[in-house]
Design a protein around this ligand. Structure first.
Ligand SMILES: Cc1cc2nc3c(=O)[nH]c(=O)nc-3n(C[C@H](O)[C@H](O)[C@H](O)COP(=O)(O)OP(=O)(O)OC[C@H]3O[C@@H](n4cnc5c(N)ncnc54)[C@H](O)[C@@H]3O)c2cc1C
Length: 326
């Protein structure tokens, strides 16, 4: 890789193929860098992204490594991997935080393997211990426990899910942008077609309001009830795993093996609230549960509970909210 500056080891680096997640990680990255009294760098890869690179310096990055090329317009695992490998080998950061996106997770694992180091996925907390090691915390055992993992090797690679950390406020800082020329590996895969996801399934992790359904929903067409309520609340629709995996009514789901969400409001309709689902929603600010079974476990963690039939409650709730919000 050409155009590199003098190696500034012992720093904290942040990378995500989703820009907003990179910003969220910068706040935590700054905190870790300050604890280590080191620098904070962000890596940004893509095409026509100079503006983003400049902006990212205002969110706490001392250095932004910019790799901008038409060949990198779309995410390519092999090319991104070799760029990150070259950069980390040359600059030797202490810590590398990678966004836990669909692309980011396998990328982090492959990078760690290539570098012969460890990788802790889906860290919802990150700290520095007394030996100056990174300690990551992640949910484990089906949501029943939290594992605290410290690293023995470097760089210490952790992936970070959406909304684990707050996006920092814009700061009056002047970081520097280093434009690098990367040798881009020939991709080993060919993209044949691109199809946009259904609007309701686009980045549910970022939604402020989620109206979610479970097996209490009887027919696929009844999704309209949830769509209507979520439209009134300017939210998105989610679901439990059986609705996606078994019934194929959705492509993705919320929960331990699906998306972990952190909305301001989560409305759980016809969802029993077993541990694998609630592990993905426990960071929601307010949970409203609608279930006809008063003994349903979801009521134990809900802030507000409505015991009743969702087919009666949802239309009534939609109408009441419409009036209220007009
Ligand atoms: C390894 C593993 C990983 C998993 N990961 C996930 C995950 O990430 N996310 C996930 O969601 N699940 C996951 N599951 C599945 C999980 O164990 C449960 O099976 C699933 O969450 C239950 O979904 P549910 O609440 O929709 O269905 P149910 O448990 O069947 O609950 C349906 C609820 O609807 C209520 N109801 C029925 N009719 C009405 C009505 N008309 N009005 C109001 N309420 C009504 C019922 O009282 C009941 O409480 C996982 C399972 C395994 C084994």
């Amino acid at each position: 890789m050409e155009g590199e500056c003098v190696s500034e080891g012992k720093s904290v680096w942040v990378f995500s193929d989703v820009y907003d997640l990179a910003l969220e990680m910068l706040g935590k990255g700054r905190e870790l860098a300050d604890r280590l009294q080191s620098g904070l760098a962000a890596i940004i890869i893509g095409n026509n992204i100079q503006d983003k690179a400049n902006e990212i310096t205002k969110y706490g990055a001392d250095t932004v490594y910019l790799i901008d090329s038409p060949a990198l317009r779309d995410f390519q695992a092999d090319a991104y991997l070799s760029i990150l490998y070259d950069l980390t080998t040359n600059h030797q950061p202490e810590i590398l935080l990678i966004g836990s996106t669909k692309n980011g997770k396998p990328l982090a694992a492959r990078l760690a393997t290539r570098l012969g180091t460890g990788c802790v996925p889906d860290c919802t907390r990150l700290n520095i211990d007394e030996d100056r090691r990174l300690v990551g915390e992640r949910i484990t055992y089906g949501g029943n426990a939290t594992a605290k993992v410290a690293f023995k090797s470097k760089p210490q690679i952790a992936t970070v899910p959406f909304r684990a950390f707050e996006k920092p406020k814009l700061q009056n800082r002047n970081g520097q942008v280093e434009k690098l020329e990367a040798k881009i590996e020939e991709p080993r895969i060919e993209v044949i077609e691109r199809k946009p996801l259904e609007a309701s399934n686009v980045r549910i992790e970022e939604a402020d309001v989620i109206v979610s359904c479970g097996r209490g929903l009887e027919k696929k067409e009844d999704k309209a009830l949830l769509d209507e309520l979520s439209t009134v609340l300017c939210g998105q629709v989610g679901c439990t795993r059986p609705l996606a995996e078994d019934r194929k009514w959705f492509t993705e789901w919320v929960g331990l093996s699906g998306h972990k969400v952190k909305p301001k409001l989560y409305v759980a309709c016809g969802i029993s609230g077993v541990i694998q689902h609630v592990a993905g929603i426990r960071d929601s600010k307010v949970i409203v549960a609608i279930n006809k079974d008063p003994e349903a476990p979801i009521f134990e963690m809900a802030d507000y509970g409505v015991v009743g039939n969702l087919y009666e409650i949802l239309p009534a709730l939609k109408e009441a909210l419409k009036k209220q919000l007009q």
